[in-house]
Write a protein of this length. Structure first.
Length: 375
């Protein structure tokens, strides 16, 4: 006999896809989370955002099938019904749009936006959730926006005394009006330099440049993804390490994970898109990093300080360079880090004793337990 008792499990909306260059990364993440989330504790509904920007309903079983097949990253197709999130007196509901009719209502208690890049981790969808009165995993509007814009991020870090490397910002009007002046500014940096879209991720559109003759082409490549470009002075003979941070429960401080190191085996030494998601033998991830205990603790403390500087919530990954003599520089913070089961953020927490399903549960509980509105 079927139970008539109401389902008391919180309903989680997995939001994934998006119209950014990181659409496929988001789909890969969604598949990984959907396979790992505990069905005894949570009901799951799927909201996909197609490359064209449509919001569509996607069954959980289809999300679970999103994975790399024959080195091909997954994507969301357009053949799904339209979805809408609506605020009602009883809370937020997810509905299917069928012509002019809204059907199949499902309550939503918390959103887990597994989106990377613009319109996903830049404060825009976080603002929508705030307007809906819907709790969600991760940082709020301001921290997300500043964390996504590497220019604003570095300004915030510098103002707070967090150590960063030299950089140059090239605004759209500067490049269009006087490209020579921008090239001169970059030439004042020590090479190699890294030319990046200011508001991108997953190493999309990034070029490592070894001499000034190649800078203009690298800027044009970055501008394909973002009209604002950041040029960072590269660090030579340094180690690239990362540390995860989880927000604390109410009244508790943030928590730092183990520290991990990325070791590249390709000729460029550049942790690019393929090395991150199609690695084969290009990269080794050492968890934990082979770093002395004193430096490890300094990195963990600086990770939490960086998290707090931007007012982050939920989760973040802080990326560092460790130079000679143990000097530490913060490269960036990522407020929605790669989150597949084999991504660095889950791996460092796994080493710290928090397995992937437990990590998902912790993030959902942090979101469900925090207040709505200004915090």
């Amino acid at each position: 006999m079927q139970s008539t008792e109401p389902d008391q499990r919180p309903t989680v909306a997995l939001v994934f896809g998006g119209d950014s260059s990181e659409h496929q990364v988001s789909c890969l993440t969604a598949g990984s989370v959907a396979r790992a989330i505990d069905p005894q504790r949570y009901r799951v509904v799927g909201i996909g955002i197609t490359r064209s920007g449509r919001w569509v309903r996607v069954p959980l079983e289809q999300i679970q099938q999103l994975q790399i097949v024959d080195r091909q990253m997954p994507s969301l197709t357009e053949d799904h019904p339209d979805a809408e999130l609506v605020r009602t007196p009883e809370g937020v509901q997810l509905l299917t749009r069928d012509g002019g009719t809204l059907t199949d209502p499902e309550r939503v208690d918390v959103a887990f936006a597994l989106l990377h890049g613009p319109h996903g981790e830049d404060g825009t969808i976080q603002g929508l959730f705030e307007l809906l009165g819907l709790r969600y995993v991760g940082s709020g509007v301001a921290a997300s926006a500043i964390g996504m814009d590497k220019h604003l991020m570095k300004l915030a870090f510098a103002a707070s005394g967090i150590p960063i490397g030299p950089f140059v910002v090239i605004q759209p009007h500067e490049w269009e009006k006087d490209p020579a002046a921008s090239l001169d500014a970059v030439a004042a940096l020590d090479f190699p330099v890294f030319v990046k879209p200011a508001r991108g991720g997953s190493s999309v559109g990034i070029t490592k440049v070894d001499d000034k003759e190649a800078v203009a082409a690298a800027i044009e490549e970055a501008r394909r993804w973002d009209p604002k470009v950041l040029v960072e002075q590269g660090f030579v003979d340094c180690r690239e390490v990362e540390c995860g941070v989880l927000g604390g429960r109410t009244g508790e401080p943030g928590r730092a994970s183990s520290v991990a190191e990325i070791r590249m085996h390709n000729e460029s030494g550049f942790y690019d898109f393929e090395a991150k998601y199609l690695p084969e033998d290009q990269v080794s991830l050492d968890v934990p990093a082979r770093i002395d205990p004193e430096t490890t603790e300094a990195l963990r403390a600086l990770a939490v300080r960086t998290f707090d500087t931007l007012g982050c919530e939920g989760l973040a990954r802080v990326d560092f360079f460790v130079a000679r003599m143990g000097r530490i520089y913060v490269n960036e913070i990522n407020t929605m880090p790669g989150f597949t089961a084999t991504s660095m953020f889950p791996l460092v927490w796994q080493h710290a004793g928090l397995e992937y399903p437990q990590l998902i549960d912790e993030l959902l509980q942090l979101a469900l337990n925090r207040p709505l509105g200004l915090r």
